[in-house]
Design a protein around this ligand. Structure first.
Ligand code: MN
Length: 430
């Protein structure tokens, strides 16, 4: 075995990715969101230099678009030159987002950068910074957006290297949440003879296996409300093929998070606002200097449920929080982009379930439907019959109405019972 070495495994940088879906954000937030993928790339270089890695591997989707923006290409060039100045080599493949069929400027890459071609799998030697051969890096880029074949099956190790690192942009194990590109199974990767599969494509980081290591690095910067949590890369220390240690490190400057806050025990909107304000302050301190895009979900049961069910009240509270935590440039900020109420009425469900009243009868019906999914399906279908058979309205949602979701039942139960039970209290009072 050769000497120990260190490399970075990154993927899915999606440089110059546009932020879609949020129309009303302050200018500071918009500008920093737009620059966030660039900031992550810069931090990747900084980290590689500070951690004295021998080389970097990037497993596809370096760019967000196959027709790469000039700004993105120049940014990569600049970072790669910084790496070259520090004796760090880069090995990269391109994925479905930046496949080699797209348009791009003709730039000459520095000699420390190797991009794998799309014709077939090929390999290159990787060296320790003292010049000793420590590994072979294998890879194959996408030549077009949709690669439907199992390209991992074409990967083969060359015997003479001490350690084998395979770069692959693929959907391993058929994750239904992602495009099924270059499909393959974990089992076939695990028995292929490679020591480390450096994967890209799925943006959530995960270590699927150790010895051999099969690892998704995740993306380097979250780009939308679905890409929550810390994002970055793995720093991998290899002593030998039976002693490999992958350590996650963050590269993101803006983090998408979700926070649940319970309304239990709160009597007024003012108390809710104070609680939210406090929680948000705590959150900002927790996330090691990152700015935060926060979605707050109100949960639990309490007297406030009736008030915050109104979209107006939620919107007003959200505005208050946004103005209290107004983002300023140059320091970490927190921006609450959404506040949703998923709360329930404060009801004595046990007493209600035996009560001789319309509300009691309604609850017993809901409970029966919850227990028997067949009953629920036929109940929902007959209730929706008129609307789903309507020539125009029916077209809107027939495919959904044919398969009524359990979530609808939960929502209907909450909504109807809080309305019915509320009226019942009012009647008792009058
Ligand atoms: Mn990607």
């Amino acid at each position: 075995m050769s000497m120990p070495f260190r490399f970075i495994h990154a993927a899915d940088i999606h440089l110059d990715s546009p932020f879609r879906g949020l129309t009303k954000v302050p200018e500071v937030v918009r500008a920093e969101l737009t620059d966030a993928t660039f900031a992550a790339l810069k931090r990747l270089t900084d980290t590689a230099i500070a951690e004295k890695v021998d080389f970097i591997v990037i497993a596809g989707d370096l760019f967000d678009e196959a027709d790469r923006s000039l700004r993105a290409q120049l940014a990569f060039l600049k970072e790669w030159e910084r790496l070259a100045d520090n004796g760090i080599t880069v090995f990269a493949i391109h994925g479905n987002h930046d496949h080699l069929g797209g348009k791009r400027a003709k730039l000459t890459l520095p000699s420390n950068v190797h991009i794998f071609g799309a014709e077939e799998m090929s390999y290159r030697p990787a060296f320790h910074r003292n010049g000793e051969l420590v590994a072979y890096i294998y890879g194959m880029s996408y030549g077009e957006r949709a690669v439907a074949s199992n390209i991992a099956a074409t990967y083969q190790t060359a015997p003479e290297a001490p350690y084998h690192i395979a770069l692959l942009h693929a959907n391993v194990g058929g994750d239904s949440g992602h495009d099924p590109y270059a499909p393959c199974t974990l089992e076939e990767l695990a028995r292929s003879g490679f020591d480390y599969w450096a994967l890209g494509h799925i943006h959530k980081r995960q270590v699927l296996s150790e010895y051999p290591h099969v690892v998704y690095a995740g993306n380097t910067q979250g780009r939308n409300p679905k890409e929550t949590g810390a994002k970055g890369c793995y720093i991998v220390d290899v002593i030998d093929s039976r002693n490999t240690n992958a350590k996650f490190t963050t590269l993101d400057s803006i983090r998408w998070l979700e926070e649940d806050v319970s309304i239990e025990g709160l009597a007024t909107e003012q108390q809710l606002l104070q609680l939210l304000s406090h929680q948000i302050g705590v959150k900002l301190d927790e996330e090691d200097g990152c700015s935060i895009m926060l979605r707050v979900r109100l949960k639990g049961r309490g007297p406030l449920h009736d008030h915050i069910r109104s979209a107006y009240v939620c919107a007003t509270i959200l505005e208050q929080l946004q103005s209290e935590y107004e983002p300023t440039q140059g320091m970490p900020w927190i921006y609450v982009y959404e506040l949703v109420a998923e709360t329930g009425a404060e009801l004595d469900w046990e007493a209600l379930s035996v009560e001789d009243s319309f509300a009691g009868e309604l609850l017993r019906l809901c409970n029966r439907l919850e227990e028997n999914k067949e009953d629920w399906r036929s109940f929902a279908q007959s209730a929706l019959q008129d609307i789903s058979s309507h020539p125009k309205l029916g077209r809107i949602g027939r495919s959904k109405w044919d398969k009524p979701s359990n979530h609808w039942l939960e929502q209907a139960k909450e909504l109807t019972l809080s309305l019915v039970a509320e009226n019942r209290v009012d009647n008792n009072r009058s």
